[in-house]
Every structure is written in structure tokens, then in C-alpha cells.
Design a protein around this ligand. Structure first.
Ligand code: 13P
Length: 327
């Protein structure tokens, strides 16, 4: 267990955060379409290689979440498999292990991937993974989220988390309340609070060691189509209050997802939250908010690679400063 606790602490170390580069192939293809770039195994390898070989990445990034395809691909110069390449840089390799979403009931989803999970986890551990990720999705809408959907997702997250710890992997526990829609920040607070409460209830019932997990929640925000958009200070205050009411102090760290916020806001919200005294380290586990400027700068052209790497490092450094409330 102490190895797990040590890994969880490293993942949320002050001044560093996690890069989510685990887009599934369909999601990566969608991102590449936005820059008119063909999505092939090679172009995906090239792009992930570009991010992971950015100079100085290890100063700001503690861990990288990989998708299965990338996990088995190699750094293009040294030919080392990415998990080995990252470990040699002192970065923890992670792996997305959920298998996407299935319909639950009217407009709600349940994450799948429990079948054969332990075997896959053992295999990933033996190939160098040190943590895993599972994302559950909760929608806000008319009469949503339902208590049943919250409970079913919390249950799966707890089963996944226990399986991870039994395979010596730190589970990133990600209940994402989506910010799509016109709901208010208070509705977001309420849904996030219910989701977190259910998750910790199930984690405790399944005897998951809370010192050996990293929580990856959404921030409490106004729905993106809500006419009133909460200011940075209000987002920070409501998010901290929501976490304080639901997250036990044993949890070493909270690594937020960016969830479609602009790059700048994702950074400023994190900076503001780090002005509070909290039991857990607060850091980032961003996908889009770390990658978007790099993806645009690259635009699928080899000659833009260095520029793209500079853009990536700029976001990584700004978010690193935000974990110290130093912006
Ligand atoms: P975003 O930061 O783009 O929301 O992605 C984080 C993530 O890993 C979602 O599962």
C-alpha cells in the first residue's frame, strides 16, 4: 500500500500536474479534423510524441494518461515505448482503462469496462503503468441527474478503484458533471455535491484506501449556455466549498479536468482555488486546456512541431504556477 500512497502523492506534487493525452481514437480523430489532419496510427503517434518530447516537460508534468494505442507506441527517436520513455524522464505513466459510455436511462450514461478489468490492469502494470483513469459522466438537465445514475456510476468507480489498488495502480477517480447546458452554478454545485458524496460513500464501502487515489472532478461552473457566467472568485469559492463538504481529508490530491473551459480560465480558476488552505493538493489533469494551443500551432505540419511544443510548455508552465497560486 505504501507504494500506492507514494505514487498518489507524486501525481499531485506541488508545481506539477497531469497531462491527459488519452483521447480515444474517435476523439483524437475529431480533434485532428479540426486542424484538417488525417488521423492514422502514425499521425497519432507523431502528435503524442511531439507533446511528450517537449523540452522541460518533466518540470511541470508529474504523470501522463495514455490511451491503449499510445501505451504500446514508441518515442520516435530512441524507439523506447512511451511508458519507458516517460519513466526515464521521471514522469509517471498512466492508462485510461474505462471503455467508454453506454446508455443508462433517458439522457444518462453509465461507464463500461469492468469485464476483464483486473487482467488488463495487471498487464498494464507489468508494462510500466503506475496509475489508471476511469471517467464517469453525469448530465444536468430536467430532472437530471437521477439518483440511480449517480449511484450506478459511483458503484462502478469504486469497483474500478479497488481493482486498481489490488493491481498496484493508483486509480484516478473521475466523476465528471458536464457543464453543457443552461443550468446555473448552483445547480452545478448541487449535482457535483451529490456525485462526490455518492462516490466517497461507495469507495469507503468497497474499502478503497483513500490515501491511494487521486480525485479528478469538474470545477463548479455555470452551464456554458447559462446567461449568468460566474466570476473566477465565485467559481473558486463554490468549488472549494463543494469539495470541503464531500472529500475526506485523507485524499492526497484533487486534479481537475478542464471540461471545455478556455485554456486561460482553466488556469485562472486553478490559481484562485490554490489561494485557499485545503486538506488536499489542488492541481490539474487537463486534456484540452493543455493541448489546444499546441494542436492548433502544429496543424498537422512537421515544420510547426517546435512551435507546437513551445505552446504546450507555455500552458504546462502556467498551470504549474497556478498550483502554487503564483500567477
Ligand atoms: P479535459 O481537460 O479536456 O476535460 O480532459 C480531461 C480528461 O481526461 C477527461 O476525461
Amino acid at each position: 500500500m505504501s507504494e500506492l500512497h507514494a505514487v498518489a502523492h507524486r501525481m499531485v506534487e506541488k508545481g506539477k500536474g497531469i497531462l491527459a493525452a488519452d483521447e480515444s481514437t474517435p476523439t483524437c480523430t475529431k480533434r485532428f479534423e479540426s486542424i484538417s489532419t488525417e488521423s492514422t496510427a502514425y499521425s497519432r503517434n507523431y502528435y503524442r510524441n511531439l507533446l511528450l518530447t517537449s523540452k522541460g516537460i518533466e518540470k511541470f508534468i508529474s504523470g501522463v494518461i495514455l490511451f491503449d494505442e499510445t501505451f504500446h507506441q514508441s518515442e520516435l527517436k530512441t524507439k523506447q515505448k512511451f511508458p519507458e520513455y516517460l519513466s526515464n524522464l521521471g514522469i509517471l505513466p498512466g492508462i485510461k482503462v474505462d471503455q467508454g459510455l453506454e446508455d443508462f436511462a433517458d439522457g444518462e450514461k453509465l461507464t463500461k469496462g469492468l469485464d476483464g478489468l483486473s487482467e488488463r490492469l495487471n498487464n498494464y502494470y507489468s508494462h510500466g503503468a503506475r496509475f489508471a483513469k476511469w471517467r464517469a459522466v453525469i448530465n444536468i438537465g430536467e430532472n437530471l441527474p437521477s439518483a440511480d445514475c449517480i449511484e450506478a456510476n459511483a458503484n462502478s468507480l469504486a469497483k474500478y478503484a479497488l481493482a486498481c489498488q489490488q493491481s498496484n495502480l493508483v486509480p484516478i477517480v473521475e466523476p465528471e458533471v458536464l457543464m453543457d447546458g443552461s443550468h446555473t452554478i448552483d445547480q452545478s454545485f448541487d449535482a457535483t455535491s451529490k456525485a462526490l458524496n455518492a462516490v466517497f460513500d461507495k469507495l469507503q464501502k468497497h474499502n478503497v484506501s483513500l490515501q491511494g487515489i487521486v480525485l479528478k472532478p469538474n470545477m463548479v461552473l455555470s452551464g456554458y449556455d447559462c446567461s449568468y457566467q460566474a466570476e473566477i472568485e465565485e467559481v473558486a469559492e463554490k468549488t472549494i466549498n463543494c469539495l470541503s463538504a464531500n472529500v475526506p481529508s485523507e485524499v492526497p490530491g484533487v486534479a481537475f479536468l478542464s471540461g471545455g473551459q478556455s485554456n486561460e480560465l482553466a488556469t485562472l480558476h486553478l490559481n484562485e482555488m490554490n489561494k485557499y488552505e485545503t486538506d488536499w493538493n489542488l492541481t490539474f489533469s487537463y486534456g484540452r486546456a493543455l493541448q489546444q494551443p499546441a494542436l492548433t500551432a502544429w496543424s498537422g505540419k512537421k515544420e510547426n512541431s517546435e512551435l507546437a511544443q513551445e505552446e504546450f510548455i507555455k500552458r504546462a508552465e502556467a498551470n504549474s504556477l497556478a498550483t502554487l497560486a503564483s500567477l
